[in-house]
Design a binder for this molecule. Structure first.
Ligand SMILES: NC(=O)c1ccc[n+]([C@@H]2O[C@H](COP(=O)([O-])OP(=O)(O)OC[C@H]3O[C@@H](n4cnc5c(N)ncnc54)[C@H](O)[C@@H]3O)[C@@H](O)[C@H]2O)c1
Length: 278
């Protein structure tokens, strides 16, 4: 399928690692011009070098996204270099474990890191997206639906992101800018791998997580999230807006009683129903 993304100018926040890196790779493979907006430019150097060596167009602008003037400058830099902006992917966030026992200041700081920066980037990008009739794709989290029990700031931010998907879709409906959100649940990234490695038994921890993912009992790959993102950013999804789309192997919505082996075993009927003679 030709996604018609060739020469489109795409900004991916947090594109130097994890899911963001996979998104950058997918857009670059489609022939888009990709700008990584991330706090650690050195993290992006190897990625930019690798992709440009293959003739793909990727660059990095180093920005700490909680610095609002820097967000404005990043968008201005992209538009002055490329003359346009077609797609904004709001991917950067950090599940920072600011829980109910944390201070109000910590909660507020978490909202700055996970929510306010998304508003800032979208606010500065919107006039350019209106001109190009572009698209916004946000990366949400299952935590907005399921909670996690120790991460108030992140949960509030991701819940707000779902609400803003609808709000901004309406806000930008007249100029034809589409706004959608892709929601992952358990995605294998270097950061997640390091988290497993800090548990008492990393292999057992990974298997335990995999067991509760209904489809194929495995974690989602970054590339699977990225494929949905590029589709939603492309004109091939031209009548899709205001949608929250789960790329999670059925994690959030499918009934655990039917999908988790240990529950299925306990909940099975005492006697097997008799087979019909027919
Ligand atoms: N990995 C998962 O299982 C998972 C699950 C659900 C949702 N998500 C979401 O996917 C997105 C990407 O997560 P990931 O797992 O790839 O994380 P990651 O930490 O590997 O990558 C996030 C990137 O964003 C950058 N970043 C974060 N805050 C920033 C800031 N304030 N300024 C500049 N750069 C900043 C980081 O430096 C990093 O490069 C996030 O929105 C996250 O909430 C991930």
């Amino acid at each position: 399928m030709d996604l018609s993304l060739k020469d489109k100018v795409v900004v991916v926040t947090g594109g130097a690692s994890g899911i963001g890196e996979a998104i950058v790779r997918s857009f670059a493979a489609e022939g888009a011009s990709v700008v990584i907006v991330a706090r650690r430019a050195e993290q992006a150097v190897a990625l930019v070098g690798e992709l440009t060596a293959h003739g793909q167009r990727v660059e990095c602008v180093a920005v700490e996204l909680t610095d609002t003037p820097a967000c404005r400058a990043a968008i201005e830099t992209v538009v002055s270099r490329h003359g346009r902006l077609d797609v904004l992917v709001n991917n950067a966030a950090a599940n920072d474990a600011v829980n109910l026992a944390g201070s109000v200041d910590e909660f507020r700081a978490s909202l700055e890191k996970n929510l306010v920066q998304v508003f800032a980037m979208t606010h500065f990008a919107a006039p350019h997206l209106v001109k190009s009739k572009g698209a916004i794709v946000n990366i949400g989290s299952k935590v907005a639906d399921t909670g996690q029990g120790g991460t108030s700031g992140y949960a509030a931010s991701k819940g707000a992101l779902n609400a803003l998907t609808r709000e901004w879709a309406i806000n930008l409906i007249e100029p034809g800018v589409r706004v959608n959100t892709v929601v992952p649940a358990e995605v294998m990234t270097p950061l997640y791998q390091r988290w497993f490695e800090n548990t008492a038994d990393p292999d057992a921890s990974r298997r335990a997580v995999e067991q509760i993912i209904p489809l194929e009992r495995r974690m989602t790959t970054g590339a699977e999230v990225a494929d949905m993102v590029v589709f939603l950013a492309s004109p091939r999804s031209s009548h899709t807006t205001g949608q929250i789309i789960y790329v999670d192997g059925g994690y959030v919505h499918l009934d655990r009683a039917c999908t988790v082996d240990s529950l299925k075993a306990v909940l099975r009927p005492k006697t097997q129903p008799k087979k019909s003679n027919q």
